[in-house]
Design a protein around this ligand. Structure first.
Ligand code: SF4
Ligand code: SF4
Length: 630
């Protein structure tokens, strides 16, 4: 029995049964109910739990699931499946859609045979992302229908709706969640399952399916016609509805996605008499519905997170149809352009527009007067990345390197930016460390070191290596190979011998890829062996050209899991107080979070210690005071 077996339940009594699910788990149930045959992703928070569920249930359910090398590959696999008559689902975090956007634009032109739904999980407030982009713009530029659920039930139901819509119009549908919708937990009622179509048949039709310029020219016209048809469908969609609170009033609210939940919270809390137009199918805009709503109200407040996309369209619509309704939102300063909304933000805006007294309520009755200590994220106890950056720091000191530029990348190792390591100077996006290292190597005389993780290397780092070799750049590339995609929950990547469905699968060698690209200095190190790791790092730094070190050691969490599975104990370390000289190197320089200082003694918290033993080496603890706990 797996943790998610209930997600695939098929028996009649499961219909109408409620389950308390995360938004992402509800999406996974939607995949099952919709009969998706092929599902693909590149893991990224806040969408990653969808993959955690699908990877567990795919084989049992009879569909194909893959953790692809990156998002554009994921979309290409899904698009081809949908073109072969198999319902396909591809999901990713919002910045992943930037990577997939080239394929997205063409998929929109070519259309699909079976349903294709593309889910983007946006991250207002950037809880786990490098930017706050609003991916509703992708629906605009690719002329895709956009559905925006507000809660887990809708996440499941809208996904199923999206498949029917996709097959009705013969094109892909974009489903947008945000962190709040993906990570909120609520009751979800299950429905019947559609039959799964794991295999289809591709019908050749090159004049329509090979996007040469002449085809694209014709397809653009078809796309515009499809979009006009979609606009008609949006007018009558059940996903767009007017709710009249207490018979309604002179003020109307238009909202979508997670922001709608804050609107409802405020309406309930302040007992507001309002009409609310909830847009679940928001692109193309149902213009007749919206225009009628505007005409009915003296004023309309648009509540949407991030950019004023709906608001801009409403203002245009009002101007075109000479509708006198006053439109409020971000553009007139009542609501902010940034960060996730909460009921206080919305209530504050409403109070100024509607003229009632605003009372802050975020903490409810709970008054917290204590200022909580800041807890920045840290590398886990036993993390091999700590050993790598610590070894690099020692090498840098021993060689007297000054002003080293550390290009870093997206993964746990980006935490090397923090004290005491300070090994992170520039980070743009997935895979950028290799390209930016090349740029620094050409434009400065400084020593340049690039860090990249194994998953990120496969995702977008490889072209940077080819570029660096071909253009003669000089820097040290350190691939932090912890045998997983750790930051999003330990999903596999092409470098490990397992695929997304937990099947054995061929391992792609990073060493061989780097050598094949023409890098002449390639070595693999175990970072936990500090002395040897430092020796190799020094050799690599002396090499004239691009050198690559694969710093290979399993993620501490994976190691702990496999020990637990095999019934092996985790044996912690302790400080022998008779030998400890209180030099504090273990805390100040090595900085494993299992160390603490109490009663004038350095100690190790055995509940945190993962028993990696790296701190017991003389390069961390000179007096050899750290020993296996007896
Ligand atoms: S590095 Fe060793 S000697 Fe120094 S404080 Fe830590 S345990 Fe004590
Ligand atoms: S053995 Fe040392 S470095 Fe490893 S987890 Fe324990 S305290 Fe941290």
């Amino acid at each position: 029995m797996g943790d998610y077996d209930f997600i695939i339940s098929d028996v009649a009594e499961e219909e109408n049964r409620k389950h308390f699910l995360l938004g992402n788990e509800a999406v996974a149930r939607g995949v099952v109910e919709a009969g998706v045959g092929v599902a693909t992703t590149y893991p990224g928070t806040p969408s990653s739990e969808v993959g955690d569920v699908l990877s567990e249930i795919a084989k049992k359910t009879g569909f194909y699931f893959e953790d692809s090398a990156n998002e554009i590959v994921a979309l290409e696999v899904a698009a081809a499946a949908a073109m072969s008559g198999v319902r396909a689902f591809v999901f990713m975090k919002h910045v992943g859609l930037n990577v997939a956007s080239d394929a997205l634009m063409s998929t929109s032109y070519l259309g699909t045979k079976a349903g294709l739904v593309i889910m983007t999980a946006d991250d207002p407030s950037m809880f786990s992302s490098q930017n706050e982009q609003d991916n509703r713009y992708y629906a605009e530029i690719a002329r895709l229908p956009l559905v925006e659920p507000s809660n887990p039930q809708e996440a499941k139901d809208f996904l199923i709706y999206a498949y029917d819509l996709s097959e009705t119009i013969g094109g892909p549908v974009l489903l947008r969640t945000t962190t709040r919708v993906s990570h909120m937990r609520a009751s979800v009622t299950f429905g019947a399952r559609h039959a799964i179509s794991p295999k289809g048949a591709f019908k050749k039709d090159p004049s329509n399916l090979v996007i040469l310029p002449a085809t694209a020219y014709r397809k653009k016209g078809e796309l515009l016609k499809r979009f006009a048809r979609l606009a008609e469908m949006a007018e009558n969609s059940k996903l767009n509805r007017v709710e009249r609170r207490d018979g309604g009033g002179d003020i109307g609210i238009i909202s979508s996605g997670a922001a709608y939940n804050s609107v409802m919270d405020v309406a309930e809390s302040y007992n507001l008499k309002l009409d609310i137009l909830k847009l679940g199918f928001s692109n193309p805009l149902p213009e007749k519905l919206v225009a009628t709503f505007l005409k009915e109200h003296e004023g309309t407040i648009v509540v949407e997170e991030l950019d004023p996309i709906l608001e801009g369209k409403l203002r245009t619509l009002a101007q075109l149809h000479a509708i006198p309704s006053l439109i409020h939102g971000k553009m007139d300063g009542y609501l902010p352009y940034s960060y996730e909304y909460n009921p206080d933000i919305v209530a504050n805006a409403f109070s100024r527009i509607l003229g009632f007294a605003f009372k802050e309520k975020t903490n409810g009755d709970l008054q917290i007067n204590e200022k909580l200590p800041a807890r920045p994220p840290v590398l886990c106890p036993g993390c091999p990345h700590r050993a790598t950056v610590y070894a690099m720091e020692l090498v840098s000191k021993q060689l007297g390197l000054k002003n080293v530029i550390y290009s870093t990348d997206i993964g746990c190792y980006s935490l090397g930016v923090q004290k005491p390591y300070n090994e992170g100077d520039y980070l743009l996006c997935m895979g950028s460390s290799v390209g930016t290292a090349a740029g620094f190597s050409k434009s400065t005389d400084q020593c340049v070191i690039a860090f990249i993780g194994d998953s990120t290397f496969f995702h977008a780092g490889m072209p940077g290596v080819v570029n660096a070799v071909h253009n003669g750049h000089k820097f040290l590339l350190i691939v932090m190979d912890n045998r997983t995609t750790a930051m999003t929950g330990n999903q596999p990547n092409p470098g490990v011998p397992m695929n997304g469905m937990h099947e054995e699968s061929p391992e792609v060698s990073i060493e061989e890829l780097v050598k094949a690209a023409g890098v002449k200095f390639v070595r693999t190190i175990d970072p936990n062996d500090l002395r040897n790791a430092m020796q190799t790092l020094k050799e690599a730094l002396r090499f004239d050209g691009i050198s690559a070190i694969i710093s290979k050691s399993e993620c501490a969490l994976l190691r702990d899991d496999s020990k637990k599975r095999n019934g092996e104990p985790i044996i912690p370390y302790e400080v022998n107080q008779e030998k400890c000289t209180l030099c504090m190197n273990c805390i100040r320089s090595f900085s494993c979070p299992a160390f603490y200082f109490e009663g004038k003694q350095v100690k190790i918290d055995s509940a945190l210690c993962d028993g990696c033993g790296v701190c017991s080496q003389p390069l961390v603890c000179g007096p050899r005071a750290i020993e296996v706990k007896r």
